[in-house]
Every structure is written in C-alpha cells, then in structure tokens.
Design a protein around this ligand. Structure first.
Ligand SMILES: *Cc1c(COP(=O)(O)O)cnc(C)c1O
Length: 332
C-alpha cells in the first residue's frame, strides 16, 4: 500500500498523540485504556474529518473546483471542518444542514459548530427537515452553480467515500508506527461510527497490513446490521479504489453495535453524559455529546460487561467534536 501516491494537501497536525489514560483505566479496573487524539488534528478545533479532507480537498483542487459543497446535521463537525478546509485553501464553501434533532434548543441551532461555520466564512445555504435526500439537494445546488459558471465539488456527508476513507487508512498506519516506536501491543481499537469512513479506513488499514488488530464501531445512529452493511460497502469500495486484493478484508472484520444510540442521532443518553463527565473529570479530555461521548459510553459498557481481558491494551480513537458541547449546555 502506497498512500503517498494519492493527491493530498496538509490541513492538520499529524501524527496525533497516542496517550495512556491512567485515571480512567484505574477507575474502571482495567483493561489499559489508550486514546488516539484525533480531536487534536488542529483544523479549527480539529476532529476526524480533517484526515479525510486532506485527500478530498486535494482532489477538488486537482479538478479545478472553486466551491466545496457538503451537508450534515445542524451541529455537524464535518461541515465545520469542511468550511475550515475551504478557508485555508481559498475555496468557497456552501453547507446544507439537516434538522435531524427535533426539539433542539436555541444553542443547538446557533452555537457550537454553527457559530464556527459562520465565523470561518461558510455559507449555510439552508436548513432541511429530517429525512430530506441531502445528496440530491447537494446535486441540485451543484447543477445550479455549474450553470452559473462555477466549478463545485460535492463532498458526501461525513466525507465518507473511498477518497475520504484513505485518511483513516493513513491513521491505521500512523497507529501502527506509534505502536512500533513505543513498543505498545494494541489489542483492540474502539471508536464511534456514523457515516462509516472512519471505520472503513481503519479496517482496511489494519487488516490489509495483517496487524491482527480488531476494530469495534459504536454506532451513533443506524441499527447494528445496517451500520455493519454500510461500513462493509465502503470497505469494499475502498479496497477496490486502492487496487488491493479483494481478500484483504473479510465481512467478519466489520463489527459494530448500536446499543448506545438511545432514542436516536444526537439525542442525549444517560450513559453518554456519564462518559463525557468521567473522561473530563478523570483525564481532562473533552468528548462530545453526539459521537465520541456515545462511543466512550459503549467502551465503558463493554469493559463493565467483561468484553476485554484486564491486561489488554485498548485504544479509543477520539474522533473530536467537543465544540458540539456548546449546543448541549443544559446537560452539563
Ligand atoms: C463524523 C464523526 C464521527 C463518525 O465518523 P464517520 O467517519 O462519519 O463514521 C465520530 N465522531 C465525531 C466527533 C464526528 O464528527
């Protein structure tokens, strides 16, 4: 595998730190908990979309684009990082926001990521009711821009296509390098999974290198079967895009659960609130209410149910999003 052969621009601070969490480890009585700090990618408060955007925006520039278009939930970390990436390379950025969370507070609607979208110069084209075909809305806007003489580049929600997934193939390599440098044997990788690019990239990177490290996705939206199927589709597309042998990854390598979604995407759960609090109070690390908080809630529940051996080393990938806390002030 030769990631350097793909067009990429530098948007973030890499490698991100891999840190031990001694207090959380002690509090939970093992296994040994490590955290991969992809909340520290550095692009306007960071997060996991930065790795994907390094490849996606490079392709947009190669194609001569003048405008990026993307979509997400109102408090989308992806939309915010895309706006930031556009600012950095001098492109226009138009974002479409889906109102997936009903009964949202004023803070949810206007603070956190939304505030940063505006500050970074993004244009919020519109807010759409939950369930809107957002990809179709983006294509419509792109067609309008094209007929007005512009060159739009459409980035799918979460930046999750084979080009974006390369970012997490790269993260897998980075993690293996850190494992080698520090002599840390990694037994499990756990993270929050949504639009699937993160998990698909990690699975491709960790399996095709034959590392033997399993990846466990904690779904924040879709039911288990659907989430695994969606990840598997992107795994296959990424393997194909990279020209890897189709046998590099198997269906059984894609594992997710949906036990910590609660009532739905972006809707708080008690276990999320506990996870966000514990990680803040014990490790001074800020998780977010929509993704990493539910991911950590899943990890804590797996630990309490005896899923891991006490002497194993588990890496939680912190995918970012703490800015979203400002949209949920009343919870904390
Ligand atoms: C987008 C996002 C995720 C999920 O990553 P996917 O690649 O979409 O599955 C997890 N955490 C945060 C903070 C995110 O913004």
């Amino acid at each position: 595998m030769h990631l350097g052969a793909y067009p990429r621009i530098r948007l973030g601070h890499f490698p991100t730190p891999l840190e031990f969490m001694p207090n959380l480890t002690k509090h939970l009585g093992g296994p040994n908990l490590y955290i991969k700090r992809d909340d520290c990618t550095g692009l306007a408060t960071g997060g996991n979309k930065t790795r994907k955007l390094e490849f996606l925006v490079a392709q947009a520039l190669e194609q001569g684009a003048d405008t990026l278009i993307t979509q997400g939930a109102v408090q989308s970390n992806h939309a915010r990082q895309t706006v930031a990436a556009a600012a950095k390379v001098g492109l226009q950025c138009k974002i479409l926001l889906e109102q997936r969370v009903t009964e949202a507070t004023d803070e949810y609607e206007h603070s956190g990521n939304v505030l940063l979208d505006r500050l970074l110069g993004g244009e919020i084209v519109g807010r759409y009711p939950a369930g809107t075909d957002m990809q179709q809305e983006m294509e419509k806007l792109a067609a309008e821009l094209r007929s007005a003489g512009h060159k739009p580049y459409v980035i799918p929600g979460g930046g999750s296509n084979p080009v974006g997934a390369l970012g997490y193939v790269g993260c897998a390599q980075e993690l293996l390098n850190q494992s080698f440098e520090t002599g840390l044997r990694i037994d499990h990788v756990v993270h929050a999974t949504g639009s699937t690019g993160t998990q698909a990239g990690l699975v491709v990177g960790l399996r095709s290198s034959n590392s033997g490290i399993p990846v466990y996705g904690v779904s924040v939206r879709a039911p288990k079967d659907k989430q695994e199927e969606n990840v598997w589709k992107l795994v296959q597309a990424t393997v194909d895009y990279m020209g890897l042998p189709t046998s590099s990854v198997e269906r059984a390598d894609v594992v997710a659960n949906s036990d910590y979604v609660g009532d739905g995407y972006g809707i708080p759960t008690d276990s999320m609130i506990e996870a966000v609090r514990l990680t803040a109070e014990l490790e001074a690390i800020l998780l977010d209410p929509v993704y990493s908080g539910k991911g950590m809630a899943g990890l804590i529940a797996l630990i309490r149910s005896g899923h891991f051996k006490k002497n194993e080393n588990v890496v939680f990938v912190h995918t970012g999003g703490a800015v979203g806390l400002y949209g949920y002030r009343q919870l904390f």
